[in-house]
Unconditional design. Structure first.
Length: 169
């Protein structure tokens, strides 16, 4: 949705008044000036991309910016954790199985997209999917653990597969 000129002006004012503060706040969290600058910029991009900007000026703009930035920090740390785990797996592979840098990047990007997809699923759906495909549990066992019927487990898995297909497209 296109931003109105009033909301763009409000966002520009918010940026000019609080960007430096937000960058310093993020630097304290990240201990890296470059990452802090990137996440501060991403915070304002997220606000710009939001379907609706606040109609009235924010009462507590720093609290609002902090909330948006904290969500981006969580995503940042989740990506770092996933990347670290993947690099550990790569380090344990025999030399003949080591992928090229391009293959590594593609796999890491796919893992990050899969992680985001799983994080977006309802908890029960995610649990059923992981129990079926990671733990390789039968539907009856999953149903017992989630305290639902086997039919519900099947519906959960269909929902998770639909999200997997959307991930591919």
């Amino acid at each position: 949705m296109a931003q109105s000129s009033d909301s763009l002006a409000g966002l520009a004012g918010l940026y000019s008044e609080h960007h430096g503060w937000l960058k310093r706040w993020l630097r304290g969290k990240l201990q890296c000036a470059e990452q802090a600058a990137d996440l501060a910029q991403d915070t304002f991009v997220r606000l710009l991309a939001a379907p609706r900007a606040p109609a009235t000026p924010l009462q507590t703009p720093r609290a609002y910016l902090t909330t948006v930035a904290q969500r981006l920090l969580i995503d940042h740390y989740r990506r770092l954790s996933l990347e670290h785990a993947w690099l550990e797996v790569l380090a344990q592979q025999p030399e003949l199985l080591v992928q090229s840098p391009e293959e590594r990047l593609l796999i890491l990007e796919t893992l990050q997209r899969l992680d985001a997809m799983l994080a977006g699923l309802p908890c029960a759906v995610r649990s059923a999917f992981l129990m079926a495909h990671i733990d390789e549990l039968p539907y009856a066992e999953i149903a017992a653990r989630l305290d639902v019927s086997e039919r519900t487990v099947k519906r959960y898995l269909v929902q998770a597969f639909e999200q997997c297909i959307l991930l591919i497209l």
